[in-house]
Design a protein around this ligand. Structure first.
Ligand code: AMP
Ligand code: TRP
Length: 327
């Protein structure tokens, strides 16, 4: 079985964009691939985190990964900080990457303008991400479009290390979801649904109660044409497009087909609310079970860390031997 690895940052609360753009694909892939999914708490501290908030965000995300259907028997789910190999290999990757390469990362350029204190970790972030991937010899990495440049760097670093020191790392392939996997804000439909940029009314959180979901969808921005068709390239109709794509993504039907099933924007919104509520209700139920039993949650994460550590240690040993460290 080919191995995949992906990481997700424990910041904020999981929303429908995270689910449809990432988590649901992870769930679908766990039978097909030897899957490793990491909650990347080391990446989170590249910007300041309040310890209490971080603890909550990690617990929330861990419970959510299992609630959406990732099966700890089939997939290895673990916290990055539970596997020392990430920090160990990150250092080696920092010594493999050049200052120039890291300086060209667009995410660093963006993020560093937003914070007053620019940590050295924020600059080295892509080297840690390369380590996350190479540590497990992952063949494929499911990521969003925004992570393409980081993944390209991981490939460059793997190849460079192998050329200098001998074949140690598998060169990973990106796996980027097809178009349409981008869920937009319900209030500002030209902007990605994202906890960092938007007001809550534009975001559907997986834990939103049914009434709130109905309210958010009924108030979603559309247009005054009242012409229920899928017109993907008209920016004035981005709101309708987003609703149709949301429906399409949840139902597995084309956006055109979703459009043809309804006679008005109002009817579409009512139907969409029902579909979303139907999708999140079982997730919310399972989420409660996992958060009610934190002991069990920690036990499962401990098992994941053990499996991850076994793979990580073998890679570190090989990398150290190749570098000439005495082993
Ligand atoms: P983030 O919380 O932004 O770090 O994203 C976590 C994962 O969810 C990444 O794989 C993103 O690509 C995905 N994601 C975040 N927001 C959206 C969105 N609005 N539509 C689709 N995928 C998203
Ligand atoms: N940087 C990724 C993001 O912000 C998260 C991440 C960290 C990751 N390590 C990874 C993704 C390894 C894939 C593989 O979304």
């Amino acid at each position: 079985m080919a191995r995949i690895l992906s990481g997700i940052q424990p910041t904020g609360t999981t929303h429908l964009g995270n689910y449809l753009g990432a988590l649901r694909h992870w769930v679908d892939q766990q039978d097909e691939f030897d899957s490793f999914f990491s909650i990347v708490d080391l990446h989170a501290i590249t910007v300041h985190q309040d310890p209490k908030d971080l603890r909550e965000a990690v617990t929330h995300l861990a419970a959510m990964l299992f609630a959406v259907g990732i099966d700890p028997q089939r997939a290895t789910v673990f916290l990055q900080s539970h596997v020392p190999g990430h920090a160990q290999l990150a250092w080696i990757m920092e010594c493999t990457a050049s200052f120039g390469e890291l300086s060209r990362m667009t995410q660093f350029k963006e993020k560093s303008t937003k914070t007053e204190f620019i940590s050295a970790g924020l600059f080295n972030y892509p080297a840690l991400m390369a380590a996350d991937i190479l540590l497990y010899q992952a063949e494929r990495v499911p990521v969003g479009d925004d992570q393409k440049q980081h993944l390209e760097l991981a490939r460059t670093l793997a190849t460079r290390f192998n050329t200098r020191f001998g074949e140690v790392f598998t060169v990973p392939e990106p796996q980027i979801p097809k178009v349409g996997a981008r869920i937009m804000d319900l209030q500002v439909p030209t902007q990605k649904m994202s906890k960092s940029s938007s007001q809550d009314s534009g975001i559907i959180y997986l834990l939103d109660p049914p009434e709130l979901i109905k309210k958010k969808i009924s108030r979603a921005v559309t247009d005054s044409a009242n012409d229920l068709r899928y017109v993907p390239d008209d920016p004035l109709r981005a709101g309708l497009r987003n609703l149709l794509e949301l429906g399409s993504s949840l139902l597995g039907a084309s956006p055109e087909e979703v459009a043809s099933r309804h006679s008005s924007y109002g009817a579409l919104k009512v139907a969409l609310s029902e579909i979303v509520i139907e999708a999140v209700t079982p997730i919310q139920q399972l989420y409660r079970e996992y958060t009610d039993d934190r002991g069990e949650l920690l036990r499962i994460l401990g098992e994941g860390a053990e499996r991850a550590n076994a793979v990580a240690r073998a890679t570190i040993e090989r990398a150290h031997a190749a570098l000439g460290f005495l082993t």
